[in-house]
Ligand binder design. Sequence first.
Ligand code: ATP
Length: 133
Amino acid sequence: MGTLQLEVVTPDKTVVSTQVEMAVCPGVEGEFGVLPQHVSLLSALKVGALRYRVDGKDQYVFISGGFADVNDNVLSVLAESAEQAADIDAARAEAARERAEKRLAEKSEELDQRRAEAALQRALSRLEVARLG
Ligand code: ATP
């Protein structure tokens, strides 16, 4: 069935650059799969796990939301931050989770609450990807 090129890029670095058999992205309106020779698309992504398959084996990368662009058999994912499962520091994510939960328990301003909720989502998702990877 062939492959497509997956590029996961942040402002700092390229996190993934490899040929994959398929990928599943966390779209804001739900997960969507991308197979080789997929039609062009542009989609916003939410915080979550991006799954991709190489040599029949699933791999996971955390992404903090961003955009996915499919064109000419290349899936480009642009994210503010992204880490391969093996590069996730679970202790750091656990500390971030505790900090965020503490902030949510304090009845602070709405903006702080929203920031804490977003931080909690990132932490939980990193812990999930670290576990899957
Ligand atoms: P923290 O509060 O621990 O900094 P955060 O969600 O605020 O977490 P981000 O702003 O998403 O962190 O990322 C900042 C930088 O730190 C990015 O380069 C990101 O890849 C890296 N990073 C954040 N958390 C982890 C982690 N648990 N393991 C590995 N790298 C991480």
